[in-house]
Design a protein around this ligand. Structure first.
Ligand SMILES: Cc1cc2nc3c(=O)[nH]c(=O)nc-3n(C[C@H](O)[C@H](O)[C@H](O)COP(=O)(O)OP(=O)(O)OC[C@H]3O[C@@H](n4cnc5c(N)ncnc54)[C@H](O)[C@@H]3O)c2cc1C
Length: 261
């Protein structure tokens, strides 16, 4: 097993580029281990790149405009942080439903986002999050998540609540009632008005087999049709963003939150 602890994020990104599809970034390691054939049986042909050696990527702070969340911050630390409660309460709500305490104490925000279907992904997308990469650039997270190979992510930032109009948001997670399995789908929604209804401006969803994405056709449909929207029209729009098995669930959730049921 190759385990490397790079001195800097730039070194980590260079290593990842050199090793190509044999490179694996490791943060909390809770997801990575699921793919191994046994608890101590890490594949020997992969290069594991430890991301937990840089304290600056495990911090949460605010600057003039943004709440900045280090990608390697543990999920439970994100959930309990006073600045997150003020500037991203929807993230605290989602984290309150994420796994058990043991997972939240080991797993990191970056690991959850880069897993591709984690609970925090839709939340950060509806909050228009940006991500800091190893070349020191901030990029829209929604665009970076579409890349074939995900780059090293160092921090996420979202606009402070006191630098924008009030946010009206919701988070839903649907799973099997009595089974210890990953959730079927997670959905985050954002409205431009306190009355909500069809002022829905942002929706994002993710599920096993369906990586996190904004539901752009649905957003466009609601923006154009307004109060003429129905459950059927929302379902048809959702079907352009999601597979049919998810469309049925997500369209009901969205229509319900918009007061259309
Ligand atoms: C029993 C159990 C229950 C769980 N329940 C839930 C749940 O309810 N909801 C939920 O959302 N998740 C759940 N998870 C998944 C868990 O939340 C995530 O595993 C955790 O957030 C991943 O973080 P990590 O730091 O351990 O990631 P890792 O396992 O270290 O990494 C995950 C992936 O992300 C990549 N990666 C990690 N950090 C970065 C980075 N900074 N930049 C680029 N790539 C990176 C890794 O290479 C890997 O591909 C559960 C997991 C377990 C084992």
């Amino acid at each position: 097993m190759h385990l490397i602890i790079p001195a800097t994020p730039a070194e980590a990104q260079t290593l990842a580029t050199q090793w190509g599809n044999k490179a694996v970034f490791v943060a909390g390691g809770t997801i990575i281990q699921q793919a191994w054939t046994g608890p101590r049986l890490a594949p020997t042909d992969q290069c594991f790149i430890n991301l937990m050696a840089w304290p600056e990527t495990q911090q949460i702070c605010v600057d003039d405009d943004y709440l900045v969340l280090g990608a390697q911050t543990r999920l439970e630390d994100v959930r309990n942080h006073p600045l997150v409660k003020i500037h991203a309460p929807l993230l605290c709500t989602a984290l309150g439903q994420l796994g058990a305490l043991g997972i939240r104490r080991i797993g990191t925000l970056g690991g959850n986002i880069c897993w591709g279907v984690g609970d925090t992904g839709p939340v950060l997308l509806v909050l228009d999050a940006q991500v800091l990469l190893a070349d020191d650039s901030w990029q829209p997270l929604v665009e970076v998540l579409q890349r074939h190979t995900l780059p090293l992510m160092l921090a996420f930032r979202i606009q402070r609540t006191d630098r924008q109009p009030p946010l009206h948001t919701a988070f839903e997670k649907v799973g099997y009632r009595a089974a210890f399995t990953p959730a079927r789908v997670r959905v985050a929604m954002r409205w431009s008005r306190a009355e909500r209804g069809t002022a829905l401006s942002h929706t994002a969803a993710g599920a096993p087999g369906t990586p996190i994405r904004r539901l752009r056709h649905l957003e466009q449909h609601i923006a154009q049709s307004g109060d003429a929207c129905t459950l059927a029209s929302i379902r048809a729009a959702c079907a352009q963003d999601l597979p049919m098995s998810l469309t049925l669930m997500v369209s009901r959730l969205v229509a319900g939150h918009c007061g259309l049921l």
